[in-house]
Design a protein around this ligand. Sequence first.
Ligand SMILES: Cc1cc2nc3c(=O)[nH]c(=O)nc-3n(C[C@H](O)[C@H](O)[C@H](O)COP(=O)(O)OP(=O)(O)OC[C@H]3O[C@@H](n4cnc5c(N)ncnc54)[C@H](O)[C@@H]3O)c2cc1C
Length: 437
Amino acid sequence: MAVAGEQSRTMDVAVVGGGPAGRWLAALLVRRGMSVAVVDPRPERGWEKTYGLWVDEVEDLTIKVDFDGIWSSPTVRVGALQGGAGRQLSRAYGRIDNGAFRRRLDEIIAGGRSRQIAGEAREVRYDEQGAALVCADGPELRCALVVDASGGAARLVDYEAEQVPAVQTAYGLDVKCSGDPLRGAAMVLMDYSPPAPAVEQPAIGAPSFLYGMARGGDRYFVEETVLMARPAVPVGRLKEALYRRLGALDIEVLERYGEERCEIPMGTALPVADQPTLAFGAAAGFVHPATGYQMARMLRAGPMVADAIADGLHDEREPAEVSRRCWEVMWPASRRRARRLLLFGMDALCGFERRAMSRFFDAFFELSTDDWGAYMSGESGAGKTAKIMWRLFRRAPMEIRLALARHILSSGGELRDALRPMARRETAPRGREKAHG
Ligand SMILES: Cc1cc2nc3c(=O)[nH]c(=O)nc-3n(C[C@H](O)[C@H](O)[C@H](O)COP(=O)(O)OP(=O)(O)OC[C@H]3O[C@@H](n4cnc5c(N)ncnc54)[C@H](O)[C@@H]3O)c2cc1C
C-alpha cells in the first residue's frame, strides 16, 4: 500500500473509492483548485461494469462524458407490442466508454496537486486539525474533509434506519452471435417477451427482461435482468434464462468477450445528514429505487457538491458543516419525499408477475418523454413525481390499477404518509411556505 510516507502530507480532501463517483468528484474538486487524494485498494483496475444512461442528462456538464455507443431511438417491447418491433423511444441512450472517461478524469486529477493512492480505508478520526483517514496498513492521511465514495457497501458513514432493500440482478454477455438476439433493434432497453416461450417462464422467481446493444457486425451485449425482487433472484438463474432465450431464437454464441454479473441493492437507506464524513455516489443513496440507475444522477450532482465543498473549505468550516451542506444539496426535502414515493412504486412492482410488469411499462412509456424521463431521473421533486404517478395510474389498464390499489391498501398508509407533507404544504399560508423555501 502506498500510503506509507504520506503521514505528513495534508490534502484538502480525501476521496475513498476510485469508482466513477470518486474519480468524478475528485476531478471536479481539482478543477476548483483543491488538492485531492483518491484512495482505492486497486487504483489501476479498470471499471468493468456496463454503464448506460440518457445522453441528454449529461450533455451540459463541463467535463465531457465519453461514450462508445449512442443509440438515438432505443426499443422497448412491452404490453401488446412485446412480440413485434416494439416501441421506439425518441431519446438517445448512451453506453459510457469506461476507458476513455476514466483516462479523462485521471488526467485532470494528475494535473492538480493531487494523487491516487493504493489503500483500503478503514476509519476516519477527527480532531482540532481536521480529519485523518486511516488505511488498512496503519498510516494516516490528513485532510480537511473525507468523502466516502466506496459504493453501495460504504462503511465510513452512518445510515438512517433502512427497510429491506429490493435487488436488481442481471447476467450479461458480450458476445459474437450466429443471429440477432435483439430481433432487428439497435438497442433494446427492455424486452419483456418470455425468455423462451416453449419453456414458459423458467423458475427465475421474478419476471426478467432482455436489455441489449448491437455493437457492430455480429457482436452484441445482451443482459437478462430482473428489475427488482425481494429477495434477490440469483444471477445464476438469469444466466440460464439468457441462454434459454438465445436458444429459443436459434442463436448460438460463437465467441465470448466478457460477462457481467450484476447485483444492485435498491431502496437502501440514505446517509444521515449530520456527520463529518460525506457520502457520494452509490454510497449516498443515489441508486434510483425504481430503475437501479445511478450514473446520471451522480454526474449531475457532482458540480453542485464540489461547489459546496469548495465554499465550505474556503470559509474554513467544520467538516460536519460542510458535509451537512452537501447533503442538503443532494437530498433537499422535496427530493426526499419524492424518494418515498419511488420506494412505494418499487415495493408495488416487486409483487408483479411478467404480464403485469410488461403492461405496467407499456403504460409507463405511453407517458410523455418528459414525464417518464423526469420519473427515471431521480431528480424530480415530490409534487412532480406524484403527478406523474397519478397520470400513469389513470392510463394503466384496469388490471394494473387494481394491483396498485391492492398494494396501497396493504401497505398500511405508506403512500398517504409520503403524500401528507405535500397536502400540508398546499394548505399552508403562502407567507409561511415561502419562509420554508
Ligand atoms: C453490474 C452493474 C451495472 C450497472 N449499470 C449501471 C448503468 O448502466 N447505469 C447506471 O446509471 N447505473 C448502473 N449501475 C449502478 C451504479 O451506477 C454503479 O454501481 C456504479 O458503479 C456506482 O458507482 P460508485 O463510484 O458510487 O461505486 P463503485 O463503482 O462501487 O466504486 C466504489 C469504489 O470504491 C472502492 N472501495 C471500496 N471499499 C473501499 C475502501 N474501504 N477503501 C478504498 N476504496 C474502497 C472500490 O474498489 C471501488 O473502486 C450498475 C451497477 C452494477 C453492479
